[in-house]
Design a protein around this ligand. Structure first.
Ligand SMILES: [Zn+2]
Length: 298
């Protein structure tokens, strides 16, 4: 990838913050990484997706792990924990994992927030590019929680699945990322959607993996929507651009239409978790679906 497309350290934290109702919001880029372009775009042929995401010599496209940090209602909330640092050389090479300026903990410190002060971690799901930063290995090689005081919220159905995935998606779960939570009082299993705090709502989604959850912040009309792997990059706004990783692509398609068409109507800000360039956008509808009406940096 050309250098000017690589998010540099100065971009690990956005310079601006946005307010959505009762919450102040920032995005944090924990790391850059790369995944197979074909797997990222499913049935879409390379001549088409290659125009929006140029692959490297191993057919990988550049991605980031973008997290959402929220302050409000006396909570300090992190949505997902990123790629963390439990990476051996082989896997680091396969996925081109590069921590951005020290990763999420360093980024929070630059915002004046210690990792012990995080009150809540809301997991969209437990795939390693969303949950690996939940634990680290200390000097004695013991696993520890990165955010030891935080209540970790995850859908109960997804929690079950993470320990018993199918062969298709078993490679996306690393039990060492979340097993510590099982025996702790830091795990909150959610049974479906709804508000977990005022103006902070989770939305279960099943196409990518069972009971992934999107996160809605703010009141209607002044809202951001963090949809994780439902729309991982801005290229995936196009209806047929659905990842080969998804367990139920037709469910993904229906969920995209169900969430994105209303978002285009009411000005909801959509956050792209894996897009290396575009952080967030408002949408407009077209005769073929939705497209970006304007981008936001926060
Ligand atoms: Zn995923």
């Amino acid at each position: 990838m050309p250098d000017d497309k690589t998010p540099g350290p100065e971009r690990a934290i956005s310079q601006m913050e946005q307010h959505f109702g009762r919450y102040r919001a920032r995005t944090i880029v924990d790391a850059s990484f790369a995944l197979d372009g074909g797997a990222m775009f499913g049935v879409v042929p390379r001549p088409l997706w290659g125009r929006v995401a140029a692959p490297d010599d191993r057919n990988r496209i550049a991605l980031v792990t973008r997290l959402l940090y929220l302050e409000g209602e006396n909570r300090r909330i992190l949505v997902d924990t990123g790629l963390g640092d439990k990476w051996d050389d082989k896997r680091r090479d396969i996925f081109a994992v590069e921590s951005q300026d020290g990763g999420v903990v360093a980024a929070l410190e630059r915002l004046g927030v210690e990792r012990e002060q995080i009150t809540d971690v809301v997991f969209t799901h437990l795939h390693f590019d969303h949950a690996a930063g939940t634990t680290y290995r200390d000097q004695d090689d013991e696993l520890q929680l990165t955010f030891p005081a935080a209540l970790h919220h995850v859908q109960a159905r997804h929690w079950e699945w993470a320990f018993n995935p199918t062969l298709k998606d078993a490679g996306s779960f690393l039990v060492e990322d979340f097993s510590l939570l099982a025996d702790s009082d830091r795990l909150r299993l959610l049974d479906g959607g709804g508000e977990i705090y005022p103006q902070l709502e989770v939305v279960p989604l099943d196409g990518h993996t069972p009971a992934m959850q999107g996160v809605r912040v703010g009141p209607r009309g002044d809202q951001a929507l963090f949809v994780a792997d439902l729309v991982p990059t801005s290229a995936h706004l196009r209806w047929p651009y659905i990842m080969g990783y998804d367990n139920e692509p037709l469910v993904t398609l229906a969920e995209k239409q169900h969430l994105l068409l209303p978002a285009a109507e009411d000005g909801t800000v959509l956050i792209f978790q894996h897009d290396p360039e575009i952080i967030a956008a408002r949408l407009r509808s077209t005769d073929r679906g939705v497209e970006i009406a304007g981008t936001l940096d926060f």
